[in-house]
Structure formats: C-alpha cells, structure tokens
Design a protein around this ligand. Structure first.
Ligand code: ADP
Ligand code: ZN
Length: 520
C-alpha cells in the first residue's frame, strides 16, 4: 500500500518525496493504527490524512476548529480532483441537505466539520451508519485543558466516535503539545506511546530574539522601514493597540493591513487576502489571526507584547519561514505586559485548576524573556526535548554582553524570602529589599526584617526584573495563583549557603530603559 501512497504523492500532489514523519504516519494509518502526530507548523501534516483518505475505503472526517478556513482547504482539494466538502453553519439549509445526502451516499472522500457538529442529532444519525475509515483531528491540543487553546467542544469527538458502527482509525495532529498535553491527548484518545510520531519542535531557520524595555513604537518603525520589502506579522495583545499601530505605521507610508475579532467578517476576509496576496506586506493583528494561514514567505514575526504561553508564542512565531528560508522572530518585552496577561487570566472566569495552569504557563513565558541561556533551547526544553544544544544564532547566543556577579544581591533577596517564611509575592519582596516606605511594608512591620533596605541602590523595577530572572533560572518558584507567593527551590539553598555563585549576563539593550513603567 505504501507504493500507492507514493504514487498519490507524485501524481496528485506533484511532490517527489515524503517529508520526515509523513511516511511513518501514513504507514500507521493505512495499517489501521490510530496515531498522534506532533510536527511543527508547515511540516506537511495535512498530507498525512489526505493521502490515506484517498486510499482507504469509506470516508475521512476531518475535525477542525476553524470554519473560516474550511472552504479554502476544500477548494484546494477539489482543485486536485479530490471529492471533498465541508458542512458548517455558513451553509444554507438546501446546501446542508445536499451535502448530508452526498455524505450518506458515500460520495465524498473527505468531509470537514467543526467539533460542535459532532453533537448534532441529525449528523450523528447519518454518520452512525456510515463507513468512516479515518477521523483526522486537526489542532488536537484543543482537546486538552492543559493546552493553550482548550475548546470544550473538542471533548465531543471521543463521544461521537463511540457511537459509530465501527471504530475508525484516528489521527490527531498538533504542532504544540507539552508532555502534559501529550499525555492528556493520548489518554482521551486511548493511544499508546508507540502510536506517537513526533518530529520534534526545532525550526532551524528561525532566529529568536527578545528585546527588553526598548521604546517599542520607534523600534518597530525602524525595523519595518529597514525590511520594507519583506512580508511579516506584527502581533499585539489588544484590538486597541492593533488599531493604534495600524494608523501610526500607515501614516509612515508602510504597506500595512490589520485584523482582529472586532472587525466584520467581510473586513477580516478582505484584509487577510490583502496580506496573503502580498498587496500589503505587513499584517498587524491580535492572536485571532493566523491559525491555518498558509503563507510561505513570511520573513518576520514581531510580538509587540508578551504572549500568554510558550505554546501560543511558538505557534505564532512559527508562521515565519514556512518555505524553509531564514526568518526572524522578535519579542518586545516590557514588565507591564505581565499585569495585562494576569488581568486577562483573572477575568477569564475559569475553574481554579485551569487558572492555576494558566499562571504557570505565563510564568514560563516570562522566563523566556529573562533567561540567559539559548532561547531556542529554552523552548525545546519546555516541550520536553532535553537533548538540544545551544542554537548559536538566537539573540542570547549571539550577544555576549557582560557577566556580572550577582551572588550578593541574590542572597539578599533569597534570604528575605526565607525570613518572611515564603509568604509574600514579588512586589512586596522587592519593596522590602529596596527599603520602600510603602504603607503596607510599615503596617506589616516588614521594615523590621534585617535585610530591609540592603538593596537601596537598586530601583524597584530593577529589583523585580532581577527577581524574574531568579524565577527564570529556577532559584525561585511562584505559586500558581493570581497573587503568586515566592518559594525557594533547592537551587536557592546552595546560593544561600554560599556554595553557588550567580552570574547574570547583562546585555546592552537591557540598560536602555525608556518606556514609563508605572505598574510596580
Ligand atoms: P502543517 O499543517 O503541518 O502546518 P501543511 O500540511 O499546510 O503543513 O503543509 C505545508 C506546506 O508543505 C504545504 O504547502 C504542502 O503542500 C507542502 N508539503 C507537504 N508535504 C510535502 C512534501 N512531501 N513535499 C513537498 N511539499 C510538501
Ligand atoms: Zn541560541
């Protein structure tokens, strides 16, 4: 059967060879072995279910969260001469009836649906009796509540599968899953370790950069002007900032368009196409933009603010360089972004477990901005790849900066936390060591602590930023709550005993603080 798969690849798709992971997955699927595929964005996950769909008897159901992209995906399959369709809420009732009828008659090889559809009585009734050979679950991390984009509707997928006449083969696909998410997916889908195909997370053509406290508007302006002829995406957390940036950059004569959830469907479609067809070289957007977008020549992704999780960041950054060419991913970090994200988590009204997880994820993201080590390694480690080596090209690998001994300062902070019995958060600890006369410090007699004011040569901002560094380097661990309390790790005890030195690499850009920061 693999010869048949090879033939489809050559003749229908016009590609020479399978890429890493594709061949093994297709082999497993053709042998009715359900699988979980973890492969980076742009690696060719779609072919892993499309080719088996053509070979297997019966129909392949593709579950995907994005209604707006179903049409494009189906159109491109039809273009290749493949019988495919989608059934979603954008159809008229006549269209829906026709397609359901076609489905019943096994007319299609592939049918795309959103997860909500699987709970609909009419759909269940038809599919219950059908010969469904394969169920492909796109963006499978949405199934796990530990993932960065949990969608409760995804939980309907296993229920629906249970009701089918014969158990189909399942192929779950994602570009981002931590070990915890991976295990969760495997248990929801009843998969074993040998059913997992992971090609790793490394994207060697991406150069990662974190810049702290730069004056963002002028940095972005300078960067975009210098890269005027390339295509790129500028991500921002809020709709308001997206619009502000759009107007500001447009005024400067740059070729920009924008996208966020507050625009009408028609506007979103129009702006998205402007970007896809290179009529506008820069897309300014919230995270509503990009899932499933297949634009190969994106040369840079700039994050104007801190994203909430490493998974979200890597997925967004990963939209650069799908063609394999060198591309840049730049994150502009400022401490006030942390408050914004904490606020969004607080407002999100989720159950406490889920919220605690979100705080932990956010802390890992903050750690990315503060680590001294290779940025690429940090991300790969987050996803559970421990064997990676420094990439040699990210900002941290490239800029040496100056190594400064911070053991004394670290000891002051760590011992303050110990003396206060690990009961306070970052801001309060910082206030104690810089000797703040804040009312609460007085009221709670925190100025009685012997380390009070020992770091009075540092600003509050420098101090909290250094505490973030100590968290990133795992000397401290914040508890997962909206007011995280700092706890010492084992590593911290060695520092307190004077058995371990702390040397921080200070890079030029860190000193060039120029944005106002009134949060702390
Ligand atoms: P993903 O879903 O993993 O992000 P896609 O399935 O959209 O990636 O594939 C990314 C691009 O790679 C598509 O343009 C696809 O046609 C192309 N592609 C997939 N497999 C191959 C292959 N074996 N050889 C060449 N190009 C491929
Ligand atoms: Zn590196």
């Amino acid at each position: 059967m693999m010869e048949l798969a090879q033939e489809k690849l050559n003749i229908i798709y016009g590609y020479q060879k399978f890429r890493e992971g594709q061949e093994r997955l297709i082999y497993q699927i053709l042998n009715k072995q359900s699988s979980l595929a973890i492969m980076p964005t742009g690696s060719g996950k779609s072919l892993c279910y499309q080719i088996p769909a053509l070979i297997l008897d019966g129909v392949t159901v593709v579950v995907t969260p994005l209604i707006s992209l179903m049409k494009d995906q189906v159109d491109s399959l039809k273009h290749l001469g493949i019988e495919a369709t989608y059934i979603n809420s954008t159809l008229t009732s006549t269209e829906e009836k026709e397609r359901l009828h076609g489905l019943k008659r096994q007319f299609y090889k592939l049918v795309y649906v959103a997860p909500e559809r699987l709970a609909q009585a009419k759909f269940i009734d038809i599919t219950k009796r059908l010969n469904i050979s394969l169920v492909a679950i796109d963006e499978a991390h949405c199934l796990s509540q530990w993932g960065h984009d949990f969608r409760p509707s995804y939980r309907k997928i296993p229920d629906w599968i249970q009701q089918l006449k014969e158990k189909p083969t399942i192929l779950a696909l994602t570009a981002t899953a931590t070990n915890k998410v991976k295990n969760d997916l495997m248990s929801h889908l009843y998969l074993d370790d040998d059913q997992l195909v992971s090609t790793g997370y490394a994207r060697s053509n991406l150069t990662l950069t974190v810049l702290k406290n730069v004056e963002r508007v002028s940095y972005v302006l300078k960067y975009l002007k210098a890269n005027r002829h390339s295509s790129g995406i500028l991500y921002s957390t809020t709709r308001k900032d997206v619009e502000m940036l759009y107007h500001q950059l447009k005024k400067e004569g740059l070729s920009v368009t924008y996208y966020h959830g507050g625009l009408s469907e028609a506007e979103r479609q129009m702006n998205q196409e402007k970007f896809l067809f290179d009529e506008a070289s820069i897309m300014i957007a919230t995270n509503a933009f990009g899932m499933g977008i297949n634009k190969s020549n994106v040369r840079f992704i700039i994050h104007y603010q801190l994203p909430r999780t490493i998974e979200a960041y890597y997925q967004e950054a990963g939209r650069a360089g799908r063609d394999g060419e060198e591309s840049e991913c730049i994150l502009l970090f400022s401490p006030q972004d942390i408050r914004t994200q904490q606020y969004l988590i607080e407002q999100s009204n989720q159950d406490p477990d889920r919220q605690a997880q979100e705080y932990e994820n956010l802390q890992k993201m903050i750690g990315y901005c503060h680590t001294d080590a290779c940025l690429s390694e940090y991300i790969l480690r987050y996803f559970g790849e421990s064997s990676s080596k420094p990439c040699g090209k990210c900002y941290n690998c490239k800029t040496q900066g100056q190594l400064i001994d911070r053991t004394k300062e670290a000891q002051i902070i760590l011992s303050t936390i110990k003396r206060l019995r690990e009961r306070y958060g970052k801001t309060m600890i910082a206030q104690v060591v810089v000797g703040s006369s804040n009312q609460k410090v007085k009221q709670w007699n925190l100025d009685d602590v012997s380390t009070y004011g020992l770091l009075n040569s540092w600003s509050l901002k420098e101090t909290t930023s250094f505490i973030d560094y100590l968290i990133a380097e795992q000397f401290l661990k914040p508890t997962n709550s909206s007011y995280p309390v700092l706890e010492l790790t084992n590593k911290a005890l060695y520092v307190l005993k004077g058995q371990q030195k702390i040397e921080q690499r200070i890079r030029e850009n860190i000193e060039s603080v120029s944005e106002d920061d009134d949060i702390f």
